[in-house]
Ligand binder design. Structure first.
Ligand code: PRP
Length: 211
């Protein structure tokens, strides 16, 4: 059995991903007791896997370069990237959505000045406004994007909304929903051929547990 290397996204999606691998019968003992390790071995009669835990954009990098055969990452991250890998499964966990949000007095169609949009996701925001035929200015922010309209850095934000509590607690409202997001499985193009059997089995078993 060839070893399969799987890059998991640290943080919110981590628990969902570990749960999925547990439910297909992979050994997740090392993933449950992480310490400062970077590689987590998982070997039993059914699966031979090395898991890595990395930040979301790095999942796609490891998979693109083939240092990981499989990646588990949010659709939000994939939408910002060129797709040099196969997106094979919607894992139906980590569900949230992209939305345009602002203070209640914001009006997208009002005023002559270009609207300033703060976001961690410039490609998603650009594409959303391109389909609307609106010329806007993107301000790239790395986190806590909700702050931007409150302190006057931007007129509105394009960001992820999960429970909606961050917006609510900061007095912002959803102006328009953009699209739903969930965790996806991606596979390196070459690995799909060279580890066809092992990767095929993982896809098949995960498909069963998510359906
Ligand atoms: C994300 C997102 C929102 C928040 C939405 O940020 O950017 O800020 O979660 O979640 P909610 O609708 O459940 O309140 P994250 O916590 O990942 O951190 P960040 O703001 O530093 O990007």
């Amino acid at each position: 059995m060839k070893k399969v290397r799987i890059a998991l996204t640290k943080g919110r999606l981590e628990e969902h991903a570990v749960e999925i691998f547990k439910s297909i019968g992979a050994d997740i003992t090392e993933l449950e007791d992480k310490g400062r390790k970077l590689i987590f071995k998982s070997e039993n009669e059914q699966f031979n896997i090395d898991f890595f835990l990395v930040k979301a954009p790095d999942v796609t990098t490891y998979v693109e370069y083939g240092s990981a055969d499989i990646g588990i990452v949010g659709k939000d991250t994939l939408m910002e990237k060129n797709k040099e890998f196969y997106e094979v499964l919607d894992l139906k966990v980590g569900k949230c959505r992209f939305a345009l949000a602002a203070l209640p007095d914001f009006n997208l169609d009002e005023g002559y000045n270009r609207k300033k949009i703060a976001t961690k996701y410039p490609e998603v925001a650009r594409e959303f406004f391109r389909t609307k035929g609106l010329d806007i200015e993107i301000i790239k922010i790395e986190g806590s994007v909700e702050l931007a309209p409150i302190v006057g850095l931007a007129d509105a934000i394009v960001d992820i909304v999960e429970t909606g509590s961050t917006l609510k607690e900061n007095g912002l409202i959803i102006v328009e929903e953009i699209c739903p997001i969930s965790a996806r499985m991606i596979v390196n193009k070459a690995s799909m051929k060279t580890k066809k059997e092992e990767i095929g089995k993982i896809i098949e078993e995960i498909s069963k547990v998510i359906s």
